[in-house]
Design a protein around this ligand. Structure first.
Ligand SMILES: [Zn+2]
Length: 132
């Protein structure tokens, strides 16, 4: 497995955080005033580093169907950020082989190498997953 350089890791992490931020903005825009206050209260309780709580879980608990898509993507991002911290962000979740750097830069939340992803999509094709 190729070790990613610090700057490669940082550029992937930056992409993830930008996307995370954009998703939270989208979610906020979807929420009504009451839900927004609820969310703001949750986020205010967070002691600084939001890494250790899952905002996706918190939001899923609010059970707001219209932001389901955003919450799912947020969850993927949180999973990937955990891998960044664990130092295995380029390890395929299925076969343990390396996920190429170019693939990670193009799809920062990619959990699988290209061949495992193709197999996964064939298995779950009927669910209409977007092609990575
Ligand atoms: Zn694989």
């Amino acid at each position: 497995m190729t070790q990613l350089t610090q700057s490669e890791i940082e550029s992937i992490e930056n992409k993830l955080r930008q996307r995370q931020h954009a998703l939270l903005e989208e979610i906020r825009a979807e929420l009504d005033e009451r839900e927004n206050q609820h969310l703001a209260a949750i986020m205010d309780n967070d002691p600084g580093d939001s890494c250790d709580i899952s905002l996706a879980d918190v939001l899923a608990d609010l059970n707001i169907v219209r932001v389901d898509r955003q919450i799912n993507e947020l969850r993927e991002i949180e999973t990937k950020l955990a891998q960044v911290r664990a130092g295995n962000l380029n390890e395929c979740a299925d076969c343990g082989m390396e996920i190429g750097l170019q693939r990670l830069l193009a799809y920062p939340t990619a959990m699988r190498c290209v061949s495992c992803q193709e197999r996964h999509e064939q298995m779950y094709a009927h669910e209409g997953h977007p092609s990575l």
